[in-house]
Design a protein around this ligand. Structure first.
Ligand SMILES: [Mg+2]
Length: 200
């Protein structure tokens, strides 16, 4: 079995860290629960310039390494890896963040998970000429049995896998998202994800 896992807000609490950065840099006090848009610029009401600063700060090695693990992520994924299943972390972070992202995984017991940077969100405007380690055409050659993702913007990358079971990690910005088909399930935490995969 092959499992696709998104990084930010599935494996780690990125948005919560961004609320702290926005408060520190721009005095924007937006509680995590009120982040109704996946677009951080919109959620925090930032100018283009402020948004670039926020994203640059959020992608420094030091900050990337400081993100808290989403409870249970490493435990549940390692259980599946121990049984011989494969875990592919497919992140929308640019390749420049690969080193720190790899290190974070290793430090959180996910050294056996593979890591790929895929340009999911067209975010390269905040770090000019960003490179990604996985090209879309190569991504489309990959096949997965399960996907764990929080961003509705990434759902389109599952369209070529009609049998894929998608678990949407419950976050304030995907509360009203429309699911493309019946293979999508909203999941509140990693124990529920574990349970759903076990039941199949
Ligand atoms: Mg995410």
């Amino acid at each position: 079995m092959k499992i696709y896992v998104d990084f930010d807000d599935c494996l780690c609490e990125t948005a919560k860290a961004f609320t702290k950065i926005a408060a520190r840099f721009f005095q924007k006090d937006v509680p995590y629960e009120e982040m109704h848009s996946f677009n951080l610029q919109e959620s925090f009401g930032l100018t283009d310039d402020e948004y670039q600063k926020l994203m640059a700060e959020g992608h420094t090695d030091e900050v990337l390494l400081s993100y808290d693990e989403t409870p249970g992520a490493s435990r549940v994924l390692n259980e599946f890896i121990d049984e011989g299943h494969e875990v592919f972390v497919i992140t929308g972070r640019p390749a420049v963040a690969y080193g720190a992202s790899r290190k974070w995984l290793d430090e959180h017991g996910l050294d056996r998970a593979q890591l790929y940077c895929l340009n999911k969100y067209g975010r390269d405007f905040f770090l000019k000429d960003s490179e990604f380690s996985l090209e879309l055409e190569d991504y489309y050659k990959m096949k997965f049995d399960y996907a764990i993702e929080d961003s509705p913007l990434a759902f389109k990358y599952f369209d070529h896998m009609p049998d894929l079971k998608v678990m949407v990690f419950d976050r304030p910005w995907n509360k009203n998202a429309e699911f493309p088909n019946g293979n999508y399930t909203r999941t509140p935490d990693w124990d529920k994800i574990r349970q759903l995969i076990r039941k199949e």
